[in-house]
Design a protein around this ligand. Structure first.
Ligand SMILES: *Cc1c(COP(=O)(O)O)cnc(C)c1O
Length: 473
């Protein structure tokens, strides 16, 4: 007890710590209002540690309460607090569209467009041809229409907003008929029944979980029916005894009865995924050809662009959306437009899109290439890490982002298994996540796994440094 009291009394004061070099240096670079609380919190943390140790004198003896050490600790804390909260990181999980990690990186062309527009004034709403006021949508509409074969297009904040706007503007207080097999939850709070009710449309469910036929839709028609909604069940697969109505059939039935047909495609691919050995995804252009009146999809899933929701379809309907109050609420900003235009331009040449848009590049990376990269990195790590077993093993990368849940992309993983009881795999994962840049990986049992599919080749050296660094710190 006396020992504890003694230590508590000896804890240096704030002023004393601020005279140490580490903190003087921190103060020269960081705002005082960041450094001071870090010092106070460090002292408070020490006080708690001393109290928590109680009478355990062995624990108390190893505590380093010298001003120089505490000042360093406070300086590290201050630096950490002053760092950006949103930071670039390395994704070694092999999940290509990773919503928690910002979904997908942009193509360099999109990054350049974004920077140029961000740093300068621009013609967001000015027609350079006439000198008159223009629409921000004009920068994208023609390009999207050309790529999707649609009459008109509108880009909004995200696909959830796109679906909401369509339902609100075109089906408020009217019935929208949807299959029970398509009442999906996309993640977070995006659930079709909830979106439908929030929009003011009246949801009418038809069919069963596994099977819905055209006649189910037909039987549900009433005076108050406005539309059929088809939702691409992008994040789960219905296998076995199933039936779904094709877009073309549903669009035909809708039009026979003067109804509209909406399709929410989720990811919305513009390139045929079969070319990459992946299961097919419905193409936006196919839904338009099949007769869907409006099709909605995300900008930052398989499209590989910025967060956005794209609505394509009939001109009169898109005009109605545009003039709805809600369109202003969900409108996109200049950054999104800049990055989206640059991304879409790459799609004008499919080969170029596959080469330059990261999502496609990652999906298309061949297994043999991943194997040789994994071998190279494992070789380097094996030389540097004396306290781990390093190897490579076959594995599976995932598309992620609620797209193609069943798709399995064969890959090669670098595996690192710490040998000694000195440091656990969990501790290593934490250290890597806490690094600069942070490194996010997979942990399987006691083995760290790194999937190079989502790691760029120019990030490989950093990857090696971060892995070895985590063993040392
Ligand atoms: C992802 C998804 C959405 C939501 O798109 P966001 O762009 O994330 O808002 C809506 N519908 C489906 C079918 C989806 O897969």
């Amino acid at each position: 007890m006396t020992e504890t009291r003694e230590l508590l009394r000896k804890l240096p004061a704030v002023d004393r710590l601020l005279r140490e070099t580490a903190l003087a240096e921190a103060l020269s670079k960081l705002p005082r209002r960041v450094v001071l609380p870090a010092v106070q919190d460090t002292i408070e943390q020490c006080r708690r540690e001393i109290i928590a140790a109680g009478d355990d004198s062995s624990e108390l003896q190893v505590m380093d309460l010298t001003p120089i050490h505490l000042a360093e600790r406070a300086a590290t804390l201050a630096k950490k607090r002053a760092a950006s909260s949103l930071r670039p990181l390395i994704n070694a999980t092999g999940i290509v569209i990773h919503t928690n990690l910002g979904r997908v990186p942009l193509a360099q062309e999109a990054v350049d467009a974004l920077t140029g527009v961000a740093a300068n004034y621009n013609n967001l709403e000015l027609s350079l041809a006439s000198g008159r006021r223009g629409s921000r949508q004009e920068h994208l509409e023609q390009l999207i229409c050309e790529l999707c074969g649609a009459e008109a297009a509108l880009v909004v904040n995200n696909n959830a907003a796109a679906v909401f706007l369509v339902l609100r503007a075109l089906a408020e207080k009217r019935e929208v008929i949807v299959s029970r097999g398509q009442l999906v939850e996309i993640g977070g709070s995006f659930r079709i029944p909830e979106i439908m009710s929030a929009s003011g449309a009246l949801m009418v469910e038809v069919g069963t979980t596994n099977k819905t036929y055209l006649r189910d839709y037909e039987r549900a028609l009433t005076e108050n029916s406005a539309a059929f909604l088809k939702v691409h069940t992008s994040n789960y697969n219905l296998v076995g005894f199933t039936a779904e109505v094709e877009t073309a059939e549903l669009a035909d039935l809708a039009h026979q009865h003067n109804l509209l047909m909406f399709e929410d495609l989720g990811s919305g691919a513009l390139i045929d995924l079969k070319k990459f050995g992946l299961p097919p995804e419905p193409l936006v252009q196919d839904s338009i050809t099949a007769g869907a009146d409006l099709v909605t999809f995300s900008g930052d899933k398989l499209l590989g662009g910025p967060q956005a929701g794209i609505i394509v379809g009939r001109k009169s309907l898109v005009s109605a959306l545009r003039s709805n109050q809600l369109a202003r609420i969900v409108r996109v900003d200049k950054f999104t437009i800049a990055a989206m235009e640059a991304t879409l331009r790459l799609y004008l040449d499919e080969e170029q899109a596959a080469e330059k848009i990261p999502v496609w590049k990652m999906l298309a990376t061949q297994e043999a290439r991943l194997q040789s990269r994994a071998e190279k990195i494992a070789g380097q790590l094996a030389k540097l890490l004396k306290t781990a077993e390093v190897g490579i093993q076959m594995g599976i990368s995932k598309v992620g982002g609620g797209a193609l849940p069943a798709a399995e992309l064969p890959t090669w993983l670098v595996s690192v298994k710490p040998k000694q009881a000195e440091i656990s795999a969990v501790e290593l994962v934490e250290r890597m996540r806490d690094g600069e840049p942070p490194l996010i990986l997979r942990l399987q049992h006691e083995t760290l796994l790194f999937d190079l599919r989502t790691v760029r080749e120019d990030q490989e050296q950093t990857l090696v440094d971060k892995i070895t660094g985590a063993f040392q710190s």
